[in-house]
Design a protein around this ligand. Structure first.
Ligand code: DGY
Length: 375
């Protein structure tokens, strides 16, 4: 594994970092201010807006990944920034070293902030904002017991993620990967009456497991494709939110009424491998399953077996248990359409996620109520 480093964000004259990527174009107003946040009430910069803080009062933020330029520019305007190395997996040593003297950490999915990681954070850290709506990578209880506030970014990635769920439904049902591969191979011999026949969405029942923001946004889009919506949720939505969808009180009832199934529940003990051999068996033969929520919802071995046996016609996956590792059996299957966790990967969503994370931190440090506080 490559050695990890931290660096303070500095304006670089070339406009590019040593990895060839763009670096901050804004001047880091906190540059060179070596303030190590003192502990306790009445700390420097507390209760003020970022604009009101002078350079010496600026709070210090550890950012674990380089975020989109617009977000990095704002961070540089508002904080003294410590940027962790770009390695995708943040280990504890890097986290603890990087967080030394920081008031807050801006982390991302894939950064494991388990109980031990949080327990050993420097005492200066008072807030943790994740650049995601999902927060299963953070041990909330550990944060609570350390008195560290935790924030996430719901709402702003709903459309982007719902679009990817639709892409998965269409990609899996219409055999988009096989089609793409055929054209790219240069072996496509022309239109054929029986070439790559898929399944149409129109007129089919779409089962939505988890009818929160994203599940509802998928249902809205799927209706426009002529699908009949069924759902299972902890609570029945009722009208008008239900939008004519059929409520099922158990996953079993939902699955047995779904020609297509899309997963939208959060990762938790209760949802761990909710799609397993038993529940796949409840789906009608030839069903199509997609997952744009979390890899932990799926028992990969069971899904692979069902795709091989033909019990499931196809699957579309954007997320994987243990990602970025992907069960190699998926790569051998033609009836699975795979994406690399692109749910929120639009310019609009990723900028908005950054602003939401920073708005929450600003509210917290400014002494007002932060809208998306988990702990
Ligand atoms: C989230 O916000 O949880 C997403 O998975 C990131 O794309």
């Amino acid at each position: 594994m490559a050695a990890r480093t931290h660096k303070r964000l500095q304006p670089e004259p070339t406009g590019h970092d040593d990895r060839g990527g763009r670096v901050l174009s804004a001047v880091n107003a906190g540059q060179g201010v070596g303030w190590n946040g003192a502990k306790g009430a009445g700390r420097k910069g507390e209760g003020m807006t970022a604009q009101d803080r002078t350079a010496s009062e600026r709070l210090r933020l550890l950012v674990t990944r380089r975020l989109p330029e617009m977000v990095m520019d704002r961070i540089a305007r508002e904080y003294e920034v410590q940027l962790a190395d770009l390695a995708p997996d943040l280990d504890d040593r890097v986290l603890w070293e990087g967080a030394e003297g920081c008031d807050a950490i801006l982390c991302a999915p894939g950064d494991s902030l388990a109980a031990a990681s949080i327990a050993n954070l420097p005492g200066s850290v008072r807030a943790l904002a994740t650049y995601s709506v999902g927060h299963e990578h953070i041990d909330l209880e550990a944060a609570r017991s350390r008195g560290i506030a935790v924030f996430h970014t719901p709402g702003v990635l709903t459309d982007a993620t719902a679009e990817v769920a639709m892409l998965l439904l269409l990609g899996a049902a219409r055999r988009a990967w096989e089609g793409q591969a055929l054209v790219r191979s240069g072996k496509w011999a022309g239109w054929e009456p029986t070439q790559l026949l898929g399944r149409t969405l129109a007129g089919k029942r779409l089962g939505v497991l988890g009818m929160g923001r994203i599940g509802s946004a998928v249902a809205l889009r799927a209706r426009a494709f002529g699908m009949e919506i069924h759902y299972c949720n902890r609570k029945r939505l009722g009208n008008p939110s239900e939008g004519g969808a059929v409520f099922h009180s158990t996953p079993r009832e939902l699955f047995s009424n779904s020609d297509f199934l899309t997963l939208h529940c959060p990762a938790s003990e209760a949802t761990q491998q909710i799609l397993d051999a038993r529940s796949i068996g409840w789906l009608p033969r030839g069903a199509v399953v997609v997952n744009s929520a979390r890899g932990s919802l799926v028992d990969d071995a069971a899904l692979i077996a069902a795709l091989r046996s033909g019990h499931l016609a196809a699957a579309g996956l954007d997320v994987y248990e243990g990602e970025p590792a992907v069960n190699p059996a998926y790569l051998q299957l033609e009836n699975v359409y795979l994406l690399p966790h692109l749910g929120s990967a639009t310019v609009e969503a990723r900028n908005a996620m950054g602003h939401k994370a920073l708005d929450n931190l600003a509210a917290f440090f400014g002494g007002s109520e932060a809208p998306n506080r988990l702990v």
